[in-house]
Design a protein around this ligand. Structure first.
Ligand code: HEM
Length: 479
């Protein structure tokens, strides 16, 4: 990372968007009126049951519409017509081919802005590209390797709390672990210091809770409402993060390897530096994007492995042969554990945690013979795209062997997009994959997690895919 003393701000901060839900509805109606008649085919009547299904069980709805209308269709959800684009070509079009047609900021996930501010997820165009260029070095391999020390320390401590012959909510366990890793590796805070670290972890979870509740409850703004609670937690987080930024600025220490410190020191090609506010927004975004996703991936992997003993046996054979009981190094995780890679790839196919790529069209465009007007909500959906039988035969089956190196290379471009693609591809992909593989390796070398008889898992999708109500499993010694 270049270190230049003369710092310039990043120009053109994006415009503020109103957090008033009623204004948003009015804007949506105006946008639809402007583009009237030009939407791709699909049900356009108001339907509460469709809106409810989209909110609670969207997969069958989307796959049904794909069968009926093809890779691009629209449907009215609540008050708005929403366009969905599914399948390899559609994913490629949105992420790689024509990202200039879309903004993230004005998408249906714009509600995150009051908490996250203007981090990578919620900014677009030149401002996004400049911010991303400054941040990318903080996610290079050497930096992720430095973060593995925090991951290892935390994973060891978390594993020590697990006892054979007990029932544990593995989702809650991994969520705590992922949050602790994020505190150390992203913010450079000690989650055990009883001060900043623990308080930040608590308030981050509390603030995130807002986005998992019913839409109607999110509209309330009065005293004691979920909104007010989220804003109160945000104030605590802001205080902690700004104090940490101030500390790093007052006493720069090139030995610190947490991402917050790297962002304070980072400079763009022309000497641009992030302001305090920009760093705050970026680290909040990283916390949001980074801890739910790895939590869910580990949990879904444990669930599928418990139901597929042959895959588990193959995974354990590989672990024993390559690691012999030791914790894996980053080299081993990236090159020497191909079956672990295949298991993680297949888990991310079936349950891509960031399952929807929300966008808003900023110009009229055409895809698959249909026009889409400027102002339309447009989403690509990896979760549904990964379950198209013509791309992934027997899509419901858990088959890691689909992801041998050769078979993965044969997939059409855009077919497999658990990390998105193009210039918005997940910046934390390597960090997330290493975290997931490290925890799975360390856990599977010591314990078995069995499914509880008679329990089925249902998947909840807001804001990321996760097992609804957590996932209890019975632990036992590894045979
Ligand atoms: C298994 C783990 C992860 C998965 C499956 C995942 C998935 C994704 C996906 C699909 C996107 C693109 C969304 C879109 O196109 O709208 C994305 C973007 C992003 N991810 Fe991840 N992610 C993971 C872990 C992480 C981690 C650990 C971090 C940070 C430490 C992170 C930070 C981000 C950020 C900042 C973006 C926005 C990038 C941009 O727009 O330039 N992610 N992630």
């Amino acid at each position: 990372m270049a270190t230049v003393d003369s710092t310039k701000p990043l120009a053109d901060r994006p415009p503020r968007l109103s957090a008033n839900p009623f204004l948003r509805v009015a804007n949506d109606l105006r946008a639809e009126w402007r583009g009237r008649g030009a939407y791709p085919p699909g049900p356009s009547d108001f339907s509460l049951s469709r809106t409810k299904q989209a909110a609670y069980d969207p997969l069958p709805l989307l796959l049904g519409a794909y069968e009926e209308f093809g890779p691009i269709f629209s449907m009215r959800l609540l008050h708005s017509k929403v366009v969905f684009m599914l399948g390899p070509e559609a994913n490629h079009f949105v992420t790689v081919g024509h990202p200039e047609n879309f903004h993230w900021r004005e998408s249906s996930f714009g509600d995150l802005i009051p908490l996250l501010g203007d981090g990578l997820l919620t900014i677009d165009e030149g401002y996004h590209d400049r911010a991303r260029a400054i941040m990318v070095p903080a996610f290079h391999r050497a930096q992720v390797e430095a973060s593995t020390a925090a991951m290892l320390m935390e994973a060891e401590a978390a594993l020590a709390t697990l006892r054979p012959d007990t029932v544990v909510d593995v989702y809650a366990w991994m969520r705590t672990l992922a949050m602790r890793i994020a505190m150390r590796a992203l913010l450079g805070l000690d989650p055990d210091d009883g001060g900043q670290g623990a308080v930040a972890a608590h308030h981050f979870e509390a603030a995130l809770g807002f986005f998992g509740i019913d839409f109607a409850l999110r509209l309330l703004r009065g005293p004691g409402s979920p909104w007010r609670k989220m804003i109160a937690s945000r104030a605590v987080l802001d205080r902690i993060v700004y104090e940490e930024i101030g500390r790093r600025r007052a006493a720069p220490d090139s030995g610190r390897e947490d991402i917050l410190s790297l962002l304070v020191a980072a400079r763009g090609e022309n000497g641009e530096a992030f302001s305090d506010r920009e760093i705050r927004d970026q680290v909040m975004t990283l916390m949001f994007a980074g801890h739910d996703t790895s939590t869910s991936t580990v949990t879904f992997a444990l669930y599928e492995l418990a139901h597929h003993p042959e895959a588990l046996a193959r995974l354990c054979e590989e672990q024993d042969r390559v690691l012999g009981g030791a914790s894996p190094t980053i080299d081993q995780m990236e090159r020497e554990l191909p079956y672990l890679d295949m298991v993680v790839d297949e888990v991310l196919r079936l349950y891509p945690p960031a399952w929807i790529g929300p966008r808003r069209a900023v110009r009229d465009f055409e895809f698959g013979g249909y026009g889409v007007p400027r102002g339309a909500y447009v989403n690509y959906v990896s979760w549904a795209s990964h379950r198209l039988p013509e791309v992934f035969p027997e899509p419901e089956a858990f088959v890691p062997e689909r992801f041998t190196r050769e078979r993965k290379a044969e997939l059409p471009r855009g077919a497999y997009v658990p990390f998105g693609g193009g210039k918005r591809v997940c910046i934390g992909k390597r960090f997330g994959l290493i975290e997931v593989k490290l925890v799975l390796s360390m856990l599977s070398q010591r314990l078995r997690a069995d499914a509880l008889p008679g329990r089925t898992m249902t998947v909840r999708q807001m804001p990321t895919l996760s097992p609804s109500g957590g996932l209890k499993m019975r632990l036992r010694h590894r045979a």
